[in-house]
Write a protein that binds this ligand. Structure first.
Ligand code: SAH
Length: 262
């Protein structure tokens, strides 16, 4: 098991371009399996009308945009966020289409294909760029994770692969869920996705800690935080290749509705 890599390790050692290697879609990386699973679910969730609204906040966006590609079809305003500056900057570079920005084209094309027209990928990139209103600093351990900024509660929260990286144990995970829930309107939706069973992931040569998650724990933590689970999809994985990079045993995709403020 990797030692816990807290905020300071992220600031000092998390290299966005190394992390983005996972997202070279179609090149047989571990990210291919994850993207194939989650993009299908994001598409279903955000384009069939079940989860819509005005504002969506993404918690711990990292340097990635895959999690927002279908969401920008049903939300007018998106707020991205992350704990470390280098991820916010990498994201900004992509949104401004600056030289050297990561090429998301294969992922965007795949999402457009799922949504019905692969040829709309350039349009989709423009739509996402228009929807993302700001990229904020965020710390899920603060009672207002966007402190010092106070925003009106959002209609939807998305968070992918973030809480298991930020939280050392079950109790801080539950607290972080409570903290991010304060950014969501009662009746709003939380869309959580990630991997199950892994205790670390590699970013280039650096090993980062993951809190080992199980379906049972996630279900309990969400209900204890006042969420009603509407969808909980798990895809188990028994492939033991690439164990040295990340040895996850499954992937999950959750849609939960905030029933009450705890
Ligand atoms: N959401 C992205 C990135 C996941 S990697 C994706 O789906 O690929 C884990 C992310 O959690 C990193 O971007 C890291 O900076 C962020 N993170 C780590 N500690 C955090 C904290 N305390 N608050 C918010 N984000 C944190």
């Amino acid at each position: 098991m990797a030692a816990f890599t807290g905020g300071e390790a992220y600031k000092a050692e998390f290299e966005p371009t190394a992390y983005l290697e996972y997202f070279k879609f179609g090149q047989g990386t571990l990210g291919d399996e994850f993207l194939t699973f989650v993009l299908k679910h994001y598409c279903k969730t955000f384009t069939l009308g079940a989860v819509t609204g005005h504002t969506l906040t993404d918690i711990g966006s990292g340097p990635t945009i895959y999690q927002l590609l279908s969401a920008c079809e049903s939300f007018k305003e998106i707020i991205a966020s992350d704990y470390i500056d280098q991820n916010c900057q990498e994201l900004l570079k992509r949104l401004k289409n600056e030289p050297g920005a990561f090429d998301w084209t294969p992922v965007v094309q795949h999402v457009c294909e799922l949504e019905g027209d692969r040829n709309k990928w350039a349009e989709k990139e423009g739509k996402l760029r228009g929807a993302i209103k700001c990229i904020l600093k965020c710390d899920v351990h603060k009672s207002n994770p966007l402190d010092p900024i106070v925003l009106p509660p959002a209609d939807c929260l998305v968070s992918s692969l973030c809480l298991k990286a930020a939280c050392k144990d079950h109790s801080p995970y539950r607290a972080a869920l409570r903290n991010i829930s304060s950014l969501l309107k009662p009746g709003g939706h939380l869309v959580l996705s990630g991997d199950l069973g892994t205790s670390f992931y590699m970013v280039g040569p650096k090993k980062f800690f993951c809190l080992v998650l199980t379906e049972e724990f996630l279900r309990g933590a969400l209900s204890a935080t006042g969420f009603a689970i509407q969808e909980f999809d798990v895809l188990s994985r028994d492939d033991d290749t690439m164990q040295e990079i990340c040895h996850f045993s499954g992937m999950y995709f959750i849609v939960a509705r905030k029933e009450k403020a705890i």
